[in-house]
Design a protein around this ligand. Structure first.
Ligand code: EPZ
Length: 417
């Protein structure tokens, strides 16, 4: 089993690019199912979650080629509408294929994705919204089957929570439904806007993405298109956190700074000098960070839950105390054990965690238990005295493309063995 070995306290410096967004690529690959002809998707990251989506597309009968960050997908020969358990288990976010499969073939079935380490991950909002579009859903011993015997029709859908995945499933499905769909309390994440841009360039008619209300006028068909995926704002946040944990100075290129608003304000509160220049961010961190008062995760544009773990790791050595409130997932402090082994001072009580900055962290043997927790342990190791060994890289590889090479190019001592 491979592990990362990190020798800490090397100041990160230099510049690097941020790869394409995992959480934008996955729904766009699902939407490509709906199109006639070929779609070319550029700036796709090479991640195991993307590989999982490609396996599903190929299983369903699509032609998929992926090389040098460009993915070609053609669903003209699609001949299945069931996703087997093995492929669902490989990637629980495969629920995002539901709306596309239903819209494309009139029926779709897959096993309940089930929870993961960070939470139960229910799909009630997805199923309720799709049934309002005309889907009939039955539960057959853990396999749910969706059909649309009378076709799919527009509806007024009000989400009780601005679920990213549920918003995406509805956008995809409603883009070819008969009539108009209005989603209120829709998710506003940048990945929602990127999906809308992709669908509109395929011929869909979607307005309001990025705001709380999205209007989708159904069209008869979607045509494959060319699209370039937005940069990954969570990878950008993670690299900045790694820099700040070492008192370093780096420049990130090919980012969209406006996607990082809530995160950059935390870096500034910690005493980092953040300079935005077009599609680059230059960040100069002080020798020791000042602990921000509170980090409260919220739906976008609030502070992103996916950045909570890397930011907690970054401020483990700061001066002061930080209150964390994790409002999105019920079990997203799995990285705390590893941080405690490295000498951090953190108390967790339900969705609240209180971090007391310590003077130094020391390297340790730690194990990742989820994707962003893996990133957090790397950030802490970069700022720790001595050597850290990180196992559980299967989680890391879901969302970070070759992060060890990126960190080495910035002066970090990080090796995969
Ligand atoms: C997306 O997950 C992202 N994944 C997550 O990133 C991200 O943390 C999350 O959005 C929030 O921003 C992808 O885009 C592939 P939600 P998603 O539906 O769509 C509850 C990462 O690290 N909920 O907005 O699953 C749910 O339990 C991953 O890259 C329901 O109750 O997130 C959670 O508490 C982790 N019922 C909250 O809503 C539902 O039907 C937010 O979930 C759906 C969700």
């Amino acid at each position: 089993m491979s592990r990362l070995v990190i020798d800490g306290l090397k100041r990160l410096h230099g510049e690097t690019e941020v790869h394409g967004s995992k959480n934008s690529t996955l729904p766009i690959l699902a939407a490509a199912l709906l199109c006639e002809g070929k779609s070319l998707i550029h700036n796709c990251p090479d991640l195991s979650d993307v590989a999982g989506s490609i396996n599903i597309l190929r299983y369903l009968g699509c032609e998929v080629e992926f090389s040098d960050k460009t993915l070609l997908c053609c669903a003209d020969d699609l001949d299945k509408n069931h996703i087997p358990d093995s492929l669902m288990r490989e990637m629980r976010s495969s629920i995002i294929f539901l709306g596309a499969l239903l819209a494309k073939t009139g029926s779709a079935s897959m096993c309940f994705p089930g929870g993961c380490d960070i939470g139960l991950r229910p799909i009630d909002l997805h199923l309720k919204a799709l049934s309002e579009l005309g889907a009939e859903i039955s539960d057959d011993h853990g396999i749910f089957r969706c059909t649309s015997p009378n076709g799919l029709h527009g509806a007024n859908i009000s989400l009780s929570f601005p679920s990213v995945g549920a918003t995406e499933n509805v956008m995809i499905c409603a883009s070819v439904a008969q009539g108009t769909t209005v989603i209120t309390n829709a998710a506003r994440e940048p990945e929602i806007c990127d999906l809308a841009d992709f669908l509109n360039s395929c011929g869909a008619n979607i307005t309001g993405a990025g705001e709380g209300t999205i209007i989708i006028d159904g069209v008869n068909r979607l045509q494959g298109t060319r699209h370039s995926v937005i940069p990954d704002r969570i990878v950008a946040s993670t690299l900045l956190a790694g820099c700040a944990a070492t008192g370093g100075k780096i420049r990130l290129d090919h980012v969209i700074p406006s996607h990082l608003g809530a995160v950059l304000s935390i870096f500034s509160e910690c005493g980092c000098d953040v300079d935005i220049r077009g599609s680059s961010i230059i960040m100069d961190a002080p020798e020791r960070l000042t602990a921000p008062k509170i980090v409260r995760t919220m739906p976008y544009p609030g502070f992103p839950t996916d950045a909570q773990a890397p930011i907690m790791a970054m401020i483990a050595k700061s001066r002061g105390t930080t209150l964390f409130v994790e409002n999105i997932f019920e079990n997203r402090y799995l990285h705390v054990n590893g941080l405690l082994r490295m000498g951090a001072n953190i108390k967790v009580e339900g969705k609240v965690a209180v971090l007391q900055g310590v003077d130094c962290l020391h390297g340790a043997d730690v194990e990742a238990r989820d994707l962003r927790g893996a990133a957090a342990l790397i950030v802490a190791a970069l700022g720790a005295e001595g050597k850290t060994t990180l196992s559980g890289l299967k989680y890391l590889d879901r969302g970070y493309e070759d992060i060890e090479s990126t960190l080495r190019s910035l002066g970090g001592d990080v090796r995969r063995i």
